[in-house]
Design a protein around this ligand. Structure first.
Ligand SMILES: NC(=O)c1ccc[n+]([C@@H]2O[C@H](COP(=O)([O-])OP(=O)(O)OC[C@H]3O[C@@H](n4cnc5c(N)ncnc54)[C@H](O)[C@@H]3O)[C@@H](O)[C@H]2O)c1
Ligand SMILES: [Zn+2]
Length: 309
């Protein structure tokens, strides 16, 4: 296996965790910190996190807090982790049902992207990560949007080109605003409504939705909101919606679901006085943050999502 092929890590200690988001907890971190102590890891040790976003987020957090921080390296193995979770310096774990509530900003010493890792992912996990690629294409515009909009089948994308261009867009944004004070919020395109959909599905009333599936739906609704609030032209809204629906199934939602989604969004700390704070687009490649949208406007966007065919 990998460790025997690399002399530098021949004497490393392998720490395994169970797969799944529900293991991204302080309890798992405690086991990892105990294993590090038992194996006499010291301030000069290096932690190498090989896995999906759960592993890079939690492994990064364990390393960044052990003995006030040891060096760590990220080796993301899912598309979502390669283009998103392992890039940008955020690490952390969940607390009860609050996602990523405990964490910090900590930069790895390096991130190694090995494209063939993602070849063993099931198609659903490719779609999960590809939603973030679509987001980068819409906020970054240029080459990435051109490359993906010309794809016949999104599963057959050029790994190296699409992944490296996505990473470059995320890095450019996060390097300008490493602590998410302002510009980095453009990365929330599709995520205000997307997160509400994810929580709604988690509440049990719907089949579970992967993050990327929820964000794909959120981007269609946000494209329409962008038309309402920032004059994104309707033809572009349709192009975005058609592109997304060519690969992602529509989540069936009725009027009562819309009310519940708005309720969930209203509880988000970023939103105040019944208005939601959204990151939208003036055009493809021209994002804008902190757009205040009323509940009625969000409902109109959800109706557009439902009705478009
Ligand atoms: N830090 C950030 O900025 C950031 C950004 C986005 C997402 N995240 C976090 O990332 C996590 C989601 O990441 P994810 O989608 O990678 O989920 P994940 O880590 O749970 O991986 C998904 C599944 O794929 C399996 N897997 C991993 N690599 C594989 C491979 N090469 N072939 C086959 N199966 C493989 C995993 O064992 C798991 O069952 C969430 O916890 C989310 O909060 C963090
Ligand atoms: Zn996301």
């Amino acid at each position: 296996m990998l460790r025997n092929d690399i002399p530098a890590v021949e004497h490393s200690i392998l720490l395994n965790i169970e797969a799944g988001e529900h293991h991204k907890t302080i309890t798992t971190c405690q086991n990892l910190w105990e294993e590090l102590t038992a194996n006499k890891a010291d301030r000069h040790s290096l932690m190498i996190n090989v896995g999906g976003g759960v592993v890079t987020d939690m492994g990064g957090f364990v390393a960044a807090t052990y003995k006030r921080g040891i060096d760590f390296v990220q080796v993301p193995t899912t598309l979502l982790a390669q283009v998103d979770a392992a890039i940008g310096g955020k690490v952390g774990v969940n607390l009860n049902h609050y996602k990523n509530l405990i964490g910090l900003f900590a930069d790895p010493k390096a991130v190694f992207i090995h494209f063939p890792f993602i070849d063993s992912l099931p198609p659903k996990q490719i779609l999960n990560g590809f939603a973030e690629v679509i987001k980068y294409a819409l906020i970054g515009g240029g080459d990435l949007w051109k490359m993906i909009s010309e794809l016949k089948d999104i599963h057959s994308f050029d790994r190296e080109k699409i992944i490296t261009t996505s990473i470059a867009i995320k890095m450019e944004i996060t390097e300008k605003d490493p602590f998410e004070r302002d510009d980095r919020k453009v990365l929330n395109f599709g995520h205000t409504i997307g997160h509400a959909l994810e929580s709604f599905a988690l509440s049990g009333s719907r089949p579970p939705l992967l993050h990327g599936e929820a964000v794909a739906a959120g981007m269609v609704a946000d494209a329409y909101l962008s038309h309402l609030k920032c004059n994104l032209d309707m033809e572009t809204v349709r192009i975005i919606a058609d592109f997304i629906f060519s690969s992602y199934e529509k989540c069936p939602l009725n009027g009562e679901d819309h009310n519940q989604l708005i309720e969930i969004m209203a509880h988000d700390k970023k939103n105040r006085n019944g208005e939601m704070r959204c990151s939208l687009l003036r055009d493809i490649g021209d994002p804008v943050v902190d757009q205040l949208c009323s509940a009625d406007e969000v409902k109109e966007a959800l109706n557009f999502y439902n009705d478009i065919s």
